[in-house]
Design a protein around this ligand. Sequence first.
Ligand SMILES: [Zn+2]
Length: 53
Amino acid sequence: MVKSSSRKIILVCEVCLARNYFVNKSTLTQKQRLEIKKFCNSCNQHTLHKETR
Ligand SMILES: [Zn+2]
């Protein structure tokens, strides 16, 4: 049996709030909110992306 310990989260651009990335996050290893610098197509530059539900 496979333990499902990860859940899907959405990363949104902090500048324009576009939902650019969908990732699986392990709830066991990462308890704090994700904050990653990624490229945003709407802003056309690298912006900070934050986890949302
Ligand atoms: Zn953006």
